[in-house]
Design a protein around this ligand. Structure first.
Ligand SMILES: [Zn+2]
Length: 377
């Protein structure tokens, strides 16, 4: 079945967009009425007058079930927040609560224009069920700690998550041993899965790594052979505290760094994310919310605004990271054009500038994933 998005605004022009088999089929100047644009075969026509159309947002770092922990341990330092609040609470999770928490997260993301997310957590089969039930796209990371014993169950988990993309997610260099990190990297190579990891989130992480291993976190991964092994198949959240040498290591491998400004600000982890330096070095920069326990919402429109304003603020330069550039980072470079996935959202704004600076996720009017309407206000 075809879908016609009639009279939507795209780059200041009124357009008709046809969707077919999960892809954008055509984008043309809007016809006077949906009838004259009607196609001979069965076609659902949706009046999009007054709405701008944008490519779906990609939330590249989240812990979806943490919607359950929203507001828990607010205003605490990262180590106390993890040790005294979050990790004890996570001990009590079950498949059922993880399913409910993930479903809530998926609904919030779809309702705020996010069509895909890249996650890291436990109870993956329960999460996969929520992903399937919500209609969102996802890549779920199996969280690994210590020596990586979680990997023993990987084959079973992969079977139980059929149809949903997976990654292997060692939590960080300070919670996973060298043995565990190497096991993760080998499993990624064997099974053609990406690695998703927290990196260089706090100055303390860097200082501890220097004391324990005599080098900075990215130099440590390099020394373990992981950067050579996985290259661009590494997705690293945060990357706030980087040396020039680390930026070179990341850029040379075309690694993806995910900036989560709201989480970093709330946890007091830092705000000078080296976005321009990473892009210049060749890294792929994307955006994320982090879990709802540290960002409190999953609103990628809010993340775009914070990310852009922070760059302008700490560099003292209002011309850096304009609205269109931050939207490109938030959508992974997807565009509204024929042949692109029909993962889109519509909002009652006039321009990209309005979207980034003047609105928020609750304004989103409609979201489509692979051509299907998965949210409508
Ligand atoms: Zn995280």
């Amino acid at each position: 079945m075809r879908t016609l998005l009639h009279n939507a605004i795209l780059n200041d022009k009124a357009v008709d967009i046809t969707l077919c088999d999960g892809l954008i089929d055509s984008v043309s100047t809007a016809s006077c009425s949906p009838q004259s644009a009607a196609l001979t075969e069965e076609c659902a026509s949706i009046d999009c007058s007054g709405l701008s159309v944008f490519p779906g947002l990609m939330n590249m770092h989240s812990h979806a079930p943490m919607t359950l922990f929203r507001g828990l341990g607010d205003d605490q330092p990262l180590d106390r927040w993890l040790n005294e609040y979050i990790w004890p609470a996570e001990q009590k999770l079950t498949d059922e609560t993880v399913y409910q928490g993930t479903l809530q997260a998926c609904r919030e993301m779809l309702a705020s224009g996010t069509t895909a997310f890249n996650d890291m957590y436990f109870h993956l089969p329960a999460m996969a069920q929520a992903v399937r039930d919500s209609g969102i796209r996802a890549q779920l990371g199996l969280n690994v700690f210590g020596d990586g014993n979680e990997l023993d169950r990987l084959n079973t988990i992969m079977r139980e998550c059929e149809g949903v993309r997976l990654s292997i997610a060692p939590h960080s260099v300070y919670t996973v041993s060298a043995k565990g990190l190497r096991r993760c990297a080998d499993a990624c190579v064997d099974l053609h899965l990406p690695m998703h990891i927290h990196m260089s989130e706090t100055q303390k992480e860097v200082d501890d790594c220097l004391r324990e291993h005599g080098c900075r976190p990215w130099e440590y991964l390099d020394r373990l052979g992981i950067l050579d092994k996985l290259g661009p198949n590494i997705i690293a959240a945060h990357c706030l505290h980087l040396s020039g040498n680390e930026i070179r290591l990341i850029g040379d491998r075309r690694i993806t760094c995910v900036h989560c400004p709201n989480s970093n600000l709330k946890l007091g982890s830092g705000y000078r994310f080296p976005m321009l330096e990473l892009l210049d070095a060749g890294a792929n920069v994307m955006l994320g919310t982090d879990g709802s326990a540290s960002s409190n919402n999953l609103d990628m429109i809010e993340v775009m605004k914070t990310a852009a304003l922070l760059q302008k603020g700490w560099r003292g330069d209002p011309t850096v990271v304009p609205a269109q550039q931050i939207l490109t980072l938030a959508t992974g470079g997807h565009t509204v054009a024929p042949g692109q996935p029909a993962c889109l959202f519509l909002a009652p704004v006039r321009s990209v500038s309005d979207l980034v600076y003047a609105t928020h996720g609750e304004s989103v009017a409609m979201t489509l994933v692979d051509g299907k309407i998965v949210y409508r206000k």
